[in-house]
Design a protein around this ligand. Structure first.
Ligand code: PLP
Length: 404
């Protein structure tokens, strides 16, 4: 049974006051809150296990290694990944994408084409632009429509035998759109292109099965799924991870080092140079355990209820426009109120204890598309309530009456 009151008790931060008002945390698309089930694991790690991993003969080091590798298995199972060494632990989505983009430098030639969707986070645009600068490859954009959906007819026209890579987010962080990645992956494979899906914004809402998707690379950040910041995953198919060269050199990633020649360690260590975020990795595993204990079907249906309620309540405000009205979307609402700058609304909402994001949400091309400076973004999690949405709607009304 889904009991939001019971769930909220797991998140002490939700009880705090902000500017003398109860916190209403609606910035979940930027980072999620962390339940005690996860913070307990973090405290326990530093109080009982803290040691460097993979190299020590002593007990602490072995126990820490076991806990870290157990987390890798949890991540593997969560995403139905075939082999645990296809799970590369990184510092997050940005690191994961840079690792792949860097690796493709040697695999591309001048004139090769890369396809990117029009609604990407900057972290799924800039590393590829840098790759194009290094290689002479050409970046082409799959356009979107006014609803914030990819124009799939255009995708099918753009993709060709020249296309080597396609990258797209599973869910847009700025609009909430759930993209048709199954169709993109199947088509890309039919022309021999690889696909990287940025799953950072999907992971809190959708449990992806990478084998069913048949995706080549999938990335997520732990801090969007109730885990800590600074840790994440790169999933890569073994055949691709073997083809890509290491991203960083250092300890942990070598088999043998002499001044003449260094040979690299096997997967996953080839991509995990240096001491990793050990505690973060273990807590990442605990965060997935926590989300699974609530259940992704429960999460999706409850969040959908919140989305429908918030959409209809917000639209009662005259002059309020929602950006991102895709048929398939997660619980993210980007909006503006006519004649008011989003930043001003965000500032007033903060005075009322309501945390929303304002600005371009690291997706400036989307804002350019709509010809707006930014939006106010309210993003709901399974621990939010309809009462909090009422507070948001009243706050937005109040901001409007103060600013107009
Ligand atoms: C949050 C997010 C990112 C960036 O994640 P980091 O943890 O900052 O690396 C990338 N893409 C999407 C869709 C996101 O929501």
């Amino acid at each position: 049974m889904f009991d939001v009151t019971k769930i909220r008790a797991d998140f002490p931060i939700l009880n705090r006051q902000v500017n003398g008002k109860p916190l209403v945390y609606l910035d979940n698309a930027a980072t999620s809150q962390t339940p005690t089930q996860v913070t307990d694991v973090i405290v326990d790690y530093y109080q009982r296990l803290n040691a460097n991993i993979h190299r020590g003969v002593h007990t602490l080091s072995q126990e820490a290694t076991d806990a870290y590798e157990e987390a890798r298995i949890k991540i593997q199972k969560h995403f139905n990944i075939a082999k645990s060494h296809e799970v590369i632990l990184t510092s997050g989505t940005t690191h994961s994408i840079n690792l792949v983009a860097n690796g493709f430098t040697a695999l591309l030639e001048k004139g090769d084409e890369l396809l990117v969707s029009a609604m990407e986070h900057h972290s799924n645009i800039v590393p590829w632009q840098m790759l194009c600068e290094r290689t002479g490859a050409i970046l082409k954009v799959i356009p979107m429509n006014q609803n914030g959906e990819l124009v799939m007819e255009e995708f099918h026209l753009l993709i060709s035998a020249k296309t080597k890579l396609v990258f797209c987010n599973h869910v847009s962080n700025a609009l909430g759109t759930i993209n048709p990645i199954e169709e993109i992956i199947a088509k890309a494979h039919s022309v021999g292109a690889a696909v990287l899906v940025d799953g950072a914004q999907a992971a809190p809402h959708i449990k992806a099965d990478v084998q069913a998707l048949n995706v080549d690379f999938y990335t997520i950040s732990a801090h969007k799924v109730c885990g800590p910041t600074g840790v994440g995953m790169l999933y890569g198919k073994e055949e691709w991870l073997k083809k890509l060269p290491p991203y960083q050199g250092g300890g942990e990633m070598i088999a043998e080092v002499t001044f003449d020649k260094t040979t690299y360690a096997d997967l996953p260590h080839k991509f995990e140079a240096g001491t990793p975020n050990i505690c973060g990795g273990i807590a990442f595993g605990a965060a997935l355990d926590y989300m699974n204990s609530i259940g992704f079907e429960n999460i999706a249906s409850y969040e959908h209820e919140l989305l429908e309620y918030a959409t209809s309540e917000l639209l009662k405000i005259e002059g309020l426009k929602i950006y991102g009205t895709a048929e398939h979307k997660t619980s993210v609402i980007s909006f503006n109120i006519e004649h008011i700058h989003p930043y001003d609304i965000g500032t007033i909402l903060d005075k009322l204890g309501i945390a929303v994001r304002t600005g371009h949400h690291c997706a400036q091309p989307i804002m350019d598309f709509y010809k707006i400076p930014g939006t106010v973004r309210a993003s709901f999690s399974f621990y939010n309530t309809k009462e909090e949405i009422d507070v948001l709607v009243q706050g937005a009304e109040r901001a409007k009456s103060m600013l107009l």
